[in-house]
Write a protein that binds this ligand. Structure first.
Ligand code: G3P
Ligand code: MG
Length: 347
């Protein structure tokens, strides 16, 4: 495709393998690039003794911006062009649900960015918690919208609106207020604010873009992630209704749907940029979180003809000293060691 800037003109042979990279804890930590990541990318882009270029994609559970915006940031951080054609984030597969619902609540991310993302996916009527707080400021007794938030929100009479589904696109920046609004809807009649169901079987479904309980930043210890919010919502729902919340569905790794989606993206990328049809024989997946990266890769490997080979690095969520909950094919120090190991193995 024309927006793919990788130059493959010097390639001799297209390798039978490819790489897929997790981002947080593998390439980036706390917004800073992990130094070995830049070298690793240069090697895959042809700075290796055979002079071959190796296809690769990025598969992160993170999100909160459009794929285009995320790729621009990642390109600057890694010092290589990254195209949306090789990039999947937690909410990317949610685009396939845009036609299934009319009015939806989109939660998470900075400001109103996730509304833009959802509208870009084709969701027809996207509401944010800010819109609801603008409608009645006493929905959230302990926080008022700032002037900016007020200006970016949309005016609407929510006593007349049925919200058909809740999508948590990215990490919540205001857990208390977002949880309040999510709970209001889950306990409502048909997703209408201000109503209270007597059966608690009439609320909208809730979808999370991933289920990572923790993730790695540049702080010493792992930080709470979206999976932690999900645990909290499930506990609150149980406490308030006595029932189990059974409509919570998550996307992202380790879900097989996400890996299937990744396969499509990788095949398309190899076709468009490398002129190769079909899947590679081996996909090396480099991740830092056993519960999502390693688990998903290992399970997907059992389902498909090609090999999906899991590589665990020590720069993120998992730290040496404990047994990883899901065993990788190999454990290495950094992403640089990971690509060297894979390239040597497939030589
Ligand atoms: O919020 C992002 C985090 O939970 C995981 O991102 O790149 O490690 O899949 P990543
Ligand atoms: Mg990670």
């Amino acid at each position: 495709s024309s927006d793919t800037e990788s130059d493959t003109s010097t390639k001799s042979v297209v390798p039978t393998y490819a790489f897929a990279f997790d981002i947080d804890g593998v390439l980036i930590k706390g917004g800073q690039v992990i130094p070995e990541a830049k070298k690793a990318m240069r090697i895959l882009n042809g700075e290796n003794e055979d002079g071959i270029k190796v296809p690769y994609i990025f598969l992160t559970n993170g999100g909160g911006r459009t794929e285009e915006e995320r790729c621009k940031i990642l390109s600057a951080q890694l010092g290589i062009p990254v195209s949306p054609g090789q990039f999947i984030c937690g909410h990317t597969p949610m685009r396939e649900m845009a036609a299934s619902y009319g009015t939806v609540l989109v939660v998470g991310g900075e400001g109103e960015k996730c509304r833009t993302v959802a509208e870009g996916y084709g969701f027809r009527d996207v509401i944010t918690p800010g819109d609801i707080m603008r409608w009645k400021s006493n929905v959230t007794p302990f926080r008022k919208l700032t002037e900016d938030e007020f200006l970016n929100s949309r005016e609407r009479d929510f006593s007349q609106v049925d919200i058909e589904a809740i999508f948590v696109f990215a990490d919540s920046r205001h857990w208390g207020d977002d949880s309040q609004i999510i709970m209001d809807l889950l306990m409502s009649v048909n997703g209408r604010m201000g109503t209270l169901s007597t059966t608690f079987e009439e609320g909208p479904p809730i979808y999370f873009s991933h289920n990572d309980v923790v993730w790695a930043t540049d702080f010493d210890l792992n930080r709470l992630g979206m999976g932690a919010l999900r645990i909290m919502i499930e506990a609150l729902y149980k406490a308030r209704t006595g029932k189990t919340l059974n409509t919570a569905t998550s996307f992202g790794k380790p879900q097989m749907g996400t890996f299937r989606y990744a396969t499509k993206v990788l095949e398309q990328w190899r076709r468009d940029v490398f002129g190769e049809n079909g899947p590679p024989q081996t996909v090396y997946f480099v991740g830092d979180t056993p519960e999502s990266d390693i688990r998903g890769t290992n399970e997907f490997d059992k389902q498909v003809d090609e090999e999906w080979c899991s590589i665990l690095v020590k720069t993120g969520v998992w730290q040496p000293g404990s047994e990883p909950a899901y065993k990788p094919k190999v454990t290495v120090d950094t992403v640089l060691d990971a690509i060297k190991w894979g390239m040597d193995r497939s030589r």
